[in-house]
Design a protein around this ligand. Sequence first.
Ligand SMILES: [Zn+2]
Length: 77
Amino acid sequence: MSRRYECIVCGRVFPEGQGIVITRAGVTLAFHSKACLAKFFRLMVERLPEKEFKRVAKELIDEYKKMRARQAKSKII
Ligand SMILES: [Zn+2]
């Protein structure tokens, strides 16, 4: 029997391989849909300490910017 997860936002139960499951530092976050994930992360972003949030957000904005630039270049060729 495959593992089952419960969406922490709406409580829906779903089997392994469906939904989105993120485990880090011994904490498992399970979401049955992207909408539930978005709801949760919006709250998490609001509640993270500003300093930490700023550092990570800037890092990721920069990473995505570089990735987009790479993609744009490869499309031209
Ligand atoms: Zn859900």
